[in-house]
Design a protein around this ligand. Structure first.
Ligand SMILES: [Zn+2]
Length: 96
């Protein structure tokens, strides 16, 4: 695994020994709930660092008057909570 701040190889360490950045994974529960509640804005995806998907969800919301983004966000949130999404955009495992 690589430090998300300085990019150095840090193996399985959670706190980087080079820059002391915190490399612990993000919370699955936080991401899932954010996505279920505010999936039309992609906030759960932005939280995990998937900015492209979050942006697409906002675009989908705009072009469908809110319907597609809300449905997509809800399904996406359920997938995050059920473990289908295992890692954040930096490749860190989500914390259960
Ligand atoms: Zn570092």
């Amino acid at each position: 695994m690589y430090c998300r701040e300085c990019g150095k190889e840090i193996g399985s360490l959670k706190i980087c020994p080079y820059c002391s950045a915190d490399n612990r994974g993000k919370s699955r529960l936080t991401a899932g709930l954010l996505q279920i509640l505010t999936g039309s804005l992609g906030l759960g995806r932005f939280y995990l660092g998937y900015n492209n998907i979050g942006t697409l969800q906002i675009v989908a919301t705009i072009f469908s008057c809110g319907i597609a983004g809300t449905v997509w966000g809800f399904i996406d949130g359920v997938m995050i909570l059920s473990g289908k999404v295992e890692k954040d955009a930096d490749g860190n495992e989500l914390l259960d």
